[in-house]
Design a protein around this ligand. Structure first.
Ligand code: IPD
Ligand code: CA
Ligand code: CA
Length: 266
């Protein structure tokens, strides 16, 4: 199987998983709380993850599987060799629970600890973003490139790290600084979607102070293949071995205009 064929097969599976999100009905989402402020998991997050675990494991039996709802927020040393699926079954669970129609399914495939394939599906809009290393990035099969516009003409997307109240103030400070430099701000509620928006050029830049690996694993491949840049929020290389801050931007942004926050241990 070529890399493109593998990407297509993953995309088909991810689209099927999206149907589980669309099938949600009634008021009982089986919602449980997780660690942090207003952080939830529903029976649909679990269902989508189980579905993907089973289907992706039969597609590539040699691959390990790291899913957000697996209960182990741990990047293991063994993942640095071979294949690893990194899955966020519903990115934007709060949107999902509230009926905000802005959630995604995000599947990254790493090879030897590095992002290799990325697939992100927004089932309400029926848009699927795909990329594999060296093959380019696509939105519903159409090649995409990140924006060539400068910061002053760009939408700035950001995430609030909602489960980390300690990061809210510095998030809003940075958002305020970017508002002065850019065109306007957006907060979607799905980090994977924000990455897609940078990749296709709708947004010029995206930042968030704290994300799980599953939030940016797939997005990283899609952004890079679309000619964009993804680093941590200080401009340092991502390690791809666990939670991190993220800064992503398109081709037109002059790095000299970026705003780097003060470093902290958070
Ligand atoms: C969250 C969303 C949100 C971002 C948070 C993520 P979840 O993922 O991507 O946009 O701000 O940092 O944790 O919990 O809905 O999968
Ligand atoms: Ca997520
Ligand atoms: Ca999630």
């Amino acid at each position: 199987m070529t890399d493109r064929q593998l990407t297509e097969k993953i995309a088909e599976t991810v689209k099927e998983a999206g149907k589980i999100i669309l099938s949600a009905s009634g008021t009982d989402y089986g919602t449980d709380s997780k660690q942090g402020h207003a952080n939830y998991v529903t029976k649909y997050d679990r269902k989508v993850q189980e579905f993907l675990h089973e289907r992706l494991s039969s597609l590539l039996p040699e691959a390990s599987f790291l899913g957000e709802e697996e209960g182990e927020d741990v990047f293991r040393e063994k993942y640095r060799k071979g294949w690893l699926f990194i899955v966020d079954p519903i990115d934007g669970t709060t949107n999902f629970i509230k009926g905000y129609y802005a959630s995604t399914v995000s599947v990254g495939l790493f090879k030897d600890g590095k992002p290799y394939i990325g697939v992100i599906y927004q089932p309400y809009l029926d848009h699927i973003f795909t990329a594999c290393r060296g093959c380019g990035a696509f939105d519903n099969g159409k090649k995409i490139m990140s924006s060539s516009l400068p910061l002053c003409d760009s939408i700035i997307a950001f995430g609030t790290s909602p489960y980390r109240t300690d990061l809210w103030q510095k998030t809003m400070k940075l958002a305020g600084e970017y508002l002065m430099k850019g065109q306007d701000l957006r907060r979607s509620g799905s980090a994977a979607w924000d990455c897609c928006m940078v990749a296709c050029g709708a947004a010029g830049l995206y930042f968030e102070f704290s994300l799980g690996l599953w939030d940016y694993a797939a997005g990283a491949v899609i952004i890079r293949e679309a000619g964009g840049v993804i680093t941590d929020i200080y401009g340092d290389e991502l390690k791809f071995d666990g939670p991190s801050s993220v800064l992503a931007y398109g081709r037109g942004i002059d790095p000299a205009e970026l705003v780097y926050p003060e470093r902290s241990n958070a």
